[in-house]
Design a protein around this ligand. Structure first.
Ligand SMILES: [Zn+2]
Ligand SMILES: [Zn+2]
Length: 279
């Protein structure tokens, strides 16, 4: 592992993207199971980002709002309790889905959700405004992920404070595209594992995350780092952003404009002649 911006001893390591089986339909580990694994692997903290109601959430949508939020927060609360016992900082966030584009939301809490039912079905622009109003930050998750179940790459450039350029669940070529995209547009970059199952994690090298110069005293410290462009070092394999562009792959990438319509980017995203070395 090495750090993109500078090489120096390991700082305070955080997971920024993970799911529990209590609130994410695709989750495999409980909050407690995740916590024990990350504590054993030397992480300082984790942020639980279960799939919100626009994504693969385990909570039935027809329930009253208060009940939905109570169930949605159960994965985080399970992790937080265990974290208190074993000494791992556990923070709250979520991942909202808009079809093919997804967003990680940090810095708000259960009470904020209880008070803001309009967050469930709002537009991307309204989401960003509401989250900012509440003192949080939004990161577009795995912007170049392409899977069988997805139709298009959709870049929400104006609907987030930054981009998750490395996601352990992606192919590295897709993270390479994301890295070039974030570099070109000067975006804040983060990394995360999108970990659904900690029983499969053997070592720290199986996990992505961010390394910080100082420990987070609250999730607000992380929001502050994102919004003020403070130092966020990427904990990723050192060859993560040097995948060869697969020229046979058709990249159907779209901007999302201010009306939230799709506009083709007509871009390849990787210039094969430009150095891909992150330095
Ligand atoms: Zn999932
Ligand atoms: Zn996820």
């Amino acid at each position: 592992m090495y750090y993109i911006q500078e090489v120096f001893p390991i700082g305070y390591l955080y997971e920024t993207h993970m799911h529990t089986c209590l609130a994410s339909a695709c989750g495999k580990s409980t909050g407690k199971e995740h916590v024990r694994r990350y504590r054993d692997l030397g992480f300082t903290g984790i942020i639980i980002t279960d799939h919100f109601f626009g994504g693969n959430c385990a909570v039935p949508r027809h329930l009253p709002w208060d009940e939905k939020i109570r169930l949605f927060c159960a994965g985080f609360e399970d992790a937080w309790e265990e974290g208190q016992k074993v000494g791992l900082d556990v923070f709250f966030g979520w991942e909202q889905g808009y079809g093919d584009d997804e967003y990680l939301v940090y810095g708000l809490d259960k009470q904020w959700l209880l008070d803001h039912p309009e967050i469930e079905k709002c537009s991307r622009a309204r989401q960003l405004a509401l989250v900012h109003e509440g003192g949080g930050a939004v990161i577009q998750a795995h912007p170049f992920r392409m899977r069988d179940y997805m139709t298009y790459i959709r870049l929400g450039l104006s609907f987030a404070d930054g981009a998750e350029v490395a996601n352990a669940g992606n192919r590295s070529v897709h993270d390479t595209y994301a890295y070039h995209y974030a570099q070109e547009f000067g975006l804040v970059m983060t990394a995360g594992s999108d970990n659904h199952d900690s029983s499969k994690i053997q070592s720290q090298d199986d996990l992505f995350g961010v390394s910080l110069d100082a420990p987070l005293t609250s999730i607000q410290d992380y929001v502050q780092l994102i919004r003020s462009r403070g130092p966020i070092h990427l904990h990723v394999p050192d060859d993560r952003f040097s995948a060869d562009p697969n020229t046979s792959e058709q990249l159907h990438s779209f901007w999302i404009d201010s009306y939230e319509h799709l506009i083709p980017t007509r871009r390849l995203w990787i210039n094969p002649f430009s150095p891909t070395d992150p330095e």
